[in-house]
Ligand binder design. Structure first.
Ligand SMILES: Nc1ncnc2c1ncn2[C@@H]1O[C@H](COP(=O)(O)OP(=O)(O)O)[C@@H](O)[C@H]1O
Ligand SMILES: [Mg+2]
Length: 325
């Protein structure tokens, strides 16, 4: 009767539903939930510890959360979880978590990576331009008219030079646009972004192009954070075009990775930044960027690694897809 009805209803739902009892044992899991969370067929009655559920996911399923919509990367999927406590006659009888597959990884990448480029560029350039106007108006006020001319010429020259450097070496439009946008952001943040002159990249397919922008974007953002406030903050990007893989190396003059193991920083949810301090549109402080970037690299058959060498050095290897025979 009622129980079968409830089960049938749960199984028909597009959303995943996972009720847990107070001991964190799974009481029911519908098909969507099993799929999204990769739960085994015999999960009902088992507690989360026995189910090899990843730590980030386990936290969301069991801990008190202020934030209703929680994002978790499960394998290559981005899952949104919402959890509510269930009380009956004044007693806690567990929780129900609902899950939605908000995006395929590709749309997450779009969100975190490439499409932000255009708005980033415009915002940063507007800001930079406003600063330059201040300088110009200052120079005019003190009567330094020759300096105005020099300044205006210099400002356009700098920008043109960087744009030329990037577009002459990086044929992939998404990565080129990303680097140009990040260079504007660098100026705004008082650090320098350089493209290593040994860089070269020809045309790549759409998937690789998107992956490159995602990974490079996340690594450069992190590098900016690492050198923020340092007097000579510098970030250097090297892009190398190999026969079966593309390598992106991002090197910064920040403090490097210290205090934690080099692998620790790739764990989803690991962050040393304060959440909420991130600028709007930035995903800083969620501990997502490196976990996501590593999934993207590994999915292609490559990898993402880090070393310390007068700062952090991240090396991302992305394999080209073999053309289908
Ligand atoms: N270039 C870097 N230099 C020093 N530490 C870094 C660098 N990149 C990442 N990290 C460390 O790794 C953590 C995780 O990075 P990430 O996954 O991008 O998340 P988030 O940027 O949201 O903190 C950072 O909080 C920081 O502690
Ligand atoms: Mg980051």
């Amino acid at each position: 009767g009622l129980v079968e009805n409830r089960e049938a209803m749960l199984h028909g739902l597009q959303e995943g539903v996972v009720p847990l009892d107070p001991h964190h044992r799974v009481t029911v899991a519908n098909d969507s939930a099993r799929q999204l969370l990769r739960l085994p067929a015999d999960c009902v009655g088992k507690d989360l510890a026995a189910l090899a559920v990843g730590p980030a996911l386990k936290d969301v399923l069991t801990q008190e959360q202020a934030d209703p919509d929680r994002l978790v990367l499960v394998g290559e999927r981005l899952v949104v979880l919402n959890r509510v406590p269930i009380r009956s006659r004044g007693r806690d009888i567990g929780t129900v978590t609902t899950l939605r597959d908000r995006t395929e990884l590709s749309s997450l990448e779009r969100e975190l990576g490439a499409t932000r480029t255009a708005t980033d560029t415009l915002r940063a350039q507007a800001h930079e331009f406003a600063n330059q106007l201040h300088v110009i108006s200052g120079l005019i006020q003190i009567g330094e008219y020759d300096s105005v001319v020099q300044f205006v010429n210099g400002a356009t020259l700098d920008r043109t030079r960087l744009n030329d450097e990037v577009t002459s070496r990086i044929q992939d439009p998404a990565l080129a646009a990303l680097l140009i946008a990040k260079a504007s952001l660098a100026t705004e943040r008082g650090v320098t972004l350089q493209l290593d002159p040994a860089s070269a990249l020809g045309r790549v397919d759409d998937d690789l192009s998107r992956d490159l922008a995602t990974v490079a974007g996340n690594l450069v953002d992190n590098a900016f954070d690492a050198v923020a406030g340092l007097p000579e903050g510098n970030v250097r990007v090297l892009v190398e075009d190999g026969e079966d893989e593309v390598t992106v190396t991002v090197r910064d003059t920040g403090p490097g990775i210290s205090g934690v193991g080099l692998e620790e920083i790739f764990r989803q949810g690991f962050t040393t930044k304060l959440p909420g301090t991130a600028k709007p549109g930035s995903d800083s402080g969620r501990g997502f960027g490196l976990a996501l970037s590593r999934v993207v690299c590994r999915r292609s058959g490559g990898d993402l690694t880090v070393a310390n060498d007068n700062g952090a050095v991240f090396t991302a290897r992305l394999k080209r897809r073999r053309p289908q025979p």
